[in-house]
Design a protein around this ligand. Structure first.
Ligand code: SAM
Length: 226
């Protein structure tokens, strides 16, 4: 992966709690954060006494390299959101200024924690669809703004393999959102649900108390039935 090709953008722990309907009991679990990028969930959870391992190919880069990339792309991302303001509900954030401020706060929290977290093995440069963890290493895997959202970039076969792999390494998997970047339902959702049924994986679509991008208010919750 070339860092120049990616747009690092990270959400806060509060956004994770709402996107994944996380209870205090959930937050006490051994959690795998999948494609966490520069989100502050891991840093915040560790401070609160939780256990999170994050994986993302950007963790092959140094804090300075990621910080430079955040700075280089920040205004482009904000400008794009401004151009498409009507695609978002401005209830969580009042406007793009507040969105930018909150996202930078989260990314700075990540950057402050990053080198220590890397030494502690909490930020690992692994990528879906194959993860080098033993079976059921985690109680809960959370994947935000990667699977289903990038349906035009990641094939159905990629989704199927990635989801089977997540169910191998974790007892339960939650994925948010279920729409693509264009705002339409992901075409990969139905085939993924069919494969889950065939593989004895219980799949539930759950409404969550987070609705920023219009249409993005549901997560997929997966657990084993046998
Ligand atoms: C839009 S960001 C979301 C970051 C974070 N989950 C959040 O919601 O704030 C998507 C992230 O997925 C990562 N990513 C891309 N391909 C990946 C893969 N194959 N496996 C794991 N992460 C990947 C990117 O590097 C990026 O950090």
């Amino acid at each position: 992966m070339k860092l120049a090709e990616i747009v690092p953008w990270g959400r806060s722990g509060e956004e994770y709690r709402r996107m994944f309907n996380l209870t205090d009991a959930d937050l006490g679990k051994r959690i795998l954060g999948v494609g966490d990028g520069p989100a502050s969930f891991n840093a915040e959870q560790i401070t609160a006494g939780g256990s999170v391992v994050s994986i993302d190919p950007i963790y092959a880069f140094s804090a300075q390299e990621i910080e430079k990339r955040v700075e280089a792309t920040y205004y482009t991302v904000i400008e794009n959101v401004q151009k498409e303001e009507a695609q978002y509900n401005w209830t969580i954030f009042q406007n793009t200024d507040e969105l930018g401020k909150e996202r930078m706060k989260a990314m700075n929290q990540f950057l402050t924690d990053y080198e220590t977290g890397k030494q502690q093995g909490r930020y690992l440069a692994y990528a879906l669809p194959n993860l080098p963890f033993p079976d059921q290493s985690f109680e809960l895997a959370l994947c935000s703004h990667l699977l289903f959202l990038y349906s035009d970039h990641l094939s159905e076969a990629f989704h199927q393999t990635a989801i089977q792999e997540l169910m191998r390494v974790a007892n339960e998997v939650r994925i948010f959102p279920l729409i693509s970047l264009a705002g339409s339902p992901s075409p990969h959702l139905s085939p993924v649900l069919a494969a889950c049924e065939a593989n004895y994986i219980q799949a539930e679509i759950v409404n969550v108390p987070y609705h920023f991008q219009k249409g993005a208010y549901q997560m997929l919750q997966l657990s084993r039935t046998a």
